[in-house]
Design a protein around this ligand. Structure first.
Ligand code: SAM
Ligand code: SF4
Ligand code: SF4
Length: 390
């Protein structure tokens, strides 16, 4: 149920970073609080390179296209919580494709080079190809194409890979937690067969996506026995497997630190069978640490979101399905850009408000978590991954 709380306008908001926004919307089911961003008094054209309080540029935007999913992964949307009583967003709450493209254009003017479409399951969003076509028209201030990518659970990829490619999508990342059918069915929570995702990978490769990254979230006691078989299966193939530490995101997955398999252990387990060497990142701010097989047959990645934070280089903003901007995956509060879009504001006003938000950003949740809470993290006010977009 959505609860609306109104506050009196903060008198001085036009002269400094607001301490108290005018209106909050608290969505109890998502455990988050949205504030309508202020439009600062001085509205200039975006400079193409917004930097936050910790000198991190705004370079990536993740856009969630739906909070719904056909899977119920145990670490993301456990069935006990996301069942028939769960209230998903209504259709008119979602940003439409014109609104998404408008926000994307504003972010690109601020320096965003990379846009990732996510969710929920983004391939459930009807006519997603039309949105991809619209986004591929956008150019960076220096005239380059955007790097446009999508993360999917792969269940609909065999059906959709061709149309996604034709629409102009450049890259896909596919989540795949196990090759063992029983384990895969148990982890996705809906008894979905792994063969269908593997078929999706084949088709995506055949239509020209590549290299395709595969994300395996490792949960101890659930699929950690699959680390070595997965590595062996994809070694020497065009797919790049990445092992993701199970994160304390959201409040529904009952996260415990002892269920996290540290990346160092993942590397050790694989290297015991297939020797590995560390390699340089592709670019600054890359979330995955790269390792290559000593025999030259490809590489793997490890994403150590829990044991080794990478907040220092975090250049990512996230836009929820209903147009709420989050400057951190673990942020308790979001900024309601939809209210600005639908409130008749100009692009310049929205651009000024978003750059103001980014410039005030100080988020570094993972760093603080690693420093202070080696045990369990507080579940208070954490946003579900399926809502904010992974
Ligand atoms: N449904 C799509 C998918 O699964 O690829 C896109 C959305 S999903 C939220 C994006 C990514 O977040 C997936 O790779 C998923 O494995 C990852 N993810 C979800 N919950 C997670 C958690 N608790 N810890 C680590 N990764 C998680
Ligand atoms: Fe769905 Fe992706 Fe979350 Fe799994 S990880 S429940 S596929 S949104
Ligand atoms: Fe970025 Fe927040 Fe994750 Fe740190 S915790 S890397 S700031 S999203």
């Amino acid at each position: 149920m959505a609860i609306l709380l109104y506050f009196k306008p903060y008198a001085a908001y036009r002269t400094r970073i607001p301490a108290m926004p005018e209106k909050f919307t608290v969505r109890a089911e998502h455990g988050t609080c949205h504030a309508v961003p202020m439009i600062p008094p001085a509205i200039g054209a975006p400079l193409g390179a917004a930097s936050d309080m910790l000198a991190r540029p705004l370079q990536d935007l993740r856009i969630s296209l739906t909070d719904r999913c056909n899977f119920r992964c145990v670490y993301c949307m456990p069935e006990e919580f996301f069942n028939k009583d769960y209230e998903f967003l209504s259709r008119d709450a979602l940003l439409n494709f014109e609104e998404i493209t408008r926000i994307a254009r504003i972010f690109v003017a601020h320096g965003v080079r990379k846009i990732r479409l996510t969710g929920g399951e983004p391939l459930l969003r009807k006519h997603i190809e039309n949105l991809i076509e619209m986004l591929t028209q956008l150019k960076t201030p220096d005239g380059r194409d955007l790097d446009l990518a999508l993360t999917t659970n792969g269940s609909l990829l065999a059906k959709k890979a061709r149309s996604l490619k034709d629409a102009g999508l450049q890259r896909v990342t596919v989540s795949l937690d196990s090759l063992d059918d029983d384990t895969f069915r148990r982890m996705n929570g809906v008894d979905f067969p792994v063969a269908q995702v593997l078929r999706g990978l084949e088709v995506a490769h055949a239509v020209g996506f590549g290299p395709i990254k595969l994300n395996m979230v490792v949960k101890r006691g659930m699929n950690d026995q699959e680390i070595v078989p997965m590595a062996r299966h994809f070694k020497g193939t065009p797919f790049i497997l990445r092992f993701i530490e199970y994160m304390d995101v959201g409040a529904s997955n009952d996260w415990k630190m002892d269920e996290v398999v540290p990346s160092s252990e993942v590397v050790e387990r694989i290297a015991a069978h297939m020797p590995l060497e560390a390699i340089e990142p592709n670019h600054a701010g890359e979330t995955a640490e790269r390792w290559r097989y000593a025999d030259g047959s490809g590489e793997i990645g490890v994403v150590s979101s829990v044991t080794q934070s990478f907040c220092r280089d975090c250049t990512r903003a996230r836009l929820s399905t209903e147009g709420v901007l989050y400057t951190c995956l673990f942020a308790a509060n979001g900024h309601d850009l939809r209210a600005l879009l639908r409130g008749g504001n100009t692009d310049q006003e929205i651009a000024a408000a978003t750059s103001h938000l980014w410039r005030a950003r100080t988020d570094r949740y993972s760093e603080l978590r690693s420093a202070s809470t080696p045990g369990t993290a507080s579940a208070a006010r954490k946003i579900e991954m399926s809502y904010i977009g992974g």
